[in-house]
Design a protein around this ligand. Structure first.
Ligand SMILES: [Zn+2]
Length: 137
């Protein structure tokens, strides 16, 4: 796939006739029509709303920090501060308390080089998730 650097294009793919495109803010995929050039997912729309009108929302809707790093559910293994063990976001109750909590590093600025790799990885993970969802229905 060509890397178009000078043109602002967002990643998209077609699965079962449905086109998916990355949100321009968080790079999550959302359903789009064939002609869509860019999307903002509902999650980011909500975030933007919260930023614009911080007092207009009930407190239960505001973001609650979990103490877990962003993307912890993508990690092969993550142990939270209570000793709960997760493998790719799935809790492993039998391993609870057997491992040291994963050290949470402060978020780094996005590396430009790994951005494409990340997107492909996410697309792959997302497709997997979708397939799993379909199967369970
Ligand atoms: Zn988004």
């Amino acid at each position: 796939m060509a890397n178009k650097k000078d043109k602002k294009e967002y990643m998209s793919f077609i699965e079962d006739g449905q086109r998916w495109m990355q949100c321009k803010h968080c790079y999550e995929y959302g359903k789009v029509s064939e002609k869509t050039v860019a999307i903002t997912c509902s999650k980011c729309v909500t975030l933007i709303q919260i930023n614009k009108f911080p007092d207009s929302l009930p407190k239960s809707h505001t973001y609650k920090p979990t103490g877990r790093p962003a993307g912890w559910h993508w990690m092969a293994e993550f142990v939270d501060k209570d000793g709960n063990v997760f493998h790719k976001g799935k809790e492993q109750p039998e391993l609870k308390g057997t491992l040291k909590p994963t050290k949470v590093k402060p978020p780094k600025k996005r590396k430009k080089l790994s951005k494409d790799e990340k997107m492909f990885k996410r697309a792959k993970e997302y497709k997997k998730k979708l397939k799993a969802k379909r199967r369970s229905k």
